[in-house]
Design a protein around this ligand. Structure first.
Ligand code: PDD
Length: 277
């Protein structure tokens, strides 16, 4: 079952107009929200980021926070899975003709939920490979837009090269991953690109920073180069569906000789505690 514009209907019966600007232009925004043991994790933070994305592109939020919460819980109630990943998207809606500029339209709201199966600690301890690429995305990566062509190209490259993620760099500074935020550890200090227009301000990123603080790491939200990353003690990526994942090889360089770092293990454990709190 999915939610579409006020109704809960079977997925194969859900459809939208060919004039929907989400279909024609990718003119919409989205959120991905994890659900653990039936509880929506960090809903307020996700709704706040959704509001920021909507404000940036001038789409009116169709629902209040309590209304969103109510709809999401109703959808969750239709599934027996306890860990789920909610996907919600709001497009600007359907117009009568295709033009780039827009009038005031009724937004299209689509929500679905899928089982969420985060990797276990022992699976993560195997370490993951990444590759690097110049970041050729636009300058508003802070908007969680459904226009994801660049990210799709990178993710397909990752798949074709059998790596977990593409790590992006702009003007020699690492920005983020194609679908994640990036962290490095050097001598008990964690570095991650500052929030702003060049990265998506990940909800998991904030939780990783909170966990790292708790694990007595120094936190520096500042830029670092690809060379710094290749020489780091540890490299991690984070997202709502992957949580915090250790990267042990980038391009043909092993990170810390391919050995998982102890800081990752501590931060991972603390993060699990936050999920289950
Ligand atoms: N992506 N940066 C980018 C470009 C992302 O696409 C994502 C997440 C993140 C991490 O954000 P968060 O921690 O809030 O999930 C950072 C989601 C999972 C997706 O597009 O499916």
């Amino acid at each position: 079952m999915v939610y579409l514009n006020g109704e809960f209907i079977p997925k194969d019966q859900a459809s939208v107009s060919i004039m929907d600007r989400g279909f024609l232009f990718g003119d919409g925004v989205y959120e991905v929200i994890p659900v653990y043991s039936g509880k929506i994790f960090r809903l307020d933070e996700h709704l706040k980021r959704l509001q920021n994305s909507l404000n940036s592109v001038q789409i009116n939020n169709p629902y209040s926070a309590p209304e969103w919460s109510d709809i999401l819980h109703q959808l969750l109630g239709l599934s027996t899975e306890s860990n789920q990943s909610l996907y919600l998207q709001i497009s600007r809606g359907a117009d009568i003709s295709r033009k780039h500029s827009f009038e005031s339209l009724t937004p299209t709201v689509f929500i679905e939920s899928n089982p969420l199966m985060p990797k276990t600690k022992s699976e993560l301890e195997m370490g993951f490979r990444a590759m690097s690429q110049p970041d050729f995305r636009w300058q508003r990566c802070d908007i969680k837009s459904t226009s994801l062509l660049a990210n799709i190209m990178y993710s397909q490259q990752a798949k074709q090269n059998s790596v977990e993620e593409v790590i992006l760099h702009r003007d020699s500074n690492v920005t983020e991953g194609a679908t994640s935020n990036v962290f490095i550890i050097k001598s008990d200090t964690l570095l991650t690109h500052p929030t702003g227009k060049h990265i998506l301000s990940g909800i998991t990123r904030d939780l990783v920073l909170e966990s790292a603080k708790h694990c007595h790491l120094n936190i520096e939200e500042s830029t670092f180069t690809l060379d710094h990353l290749l020489m780091a003690d540890e490299v991690w990526i984070s997202s709502s569906t992957r949580e915090v994942m250790p990267i042990t090889q980038v391009d043909d360089r092993l990170i810390n000789n391919g050995v998982i770092g102890q800081h990752w293990s501590h931060v991972y454990d603390y993060y699990q505690g936050l999920k289950n709190a």
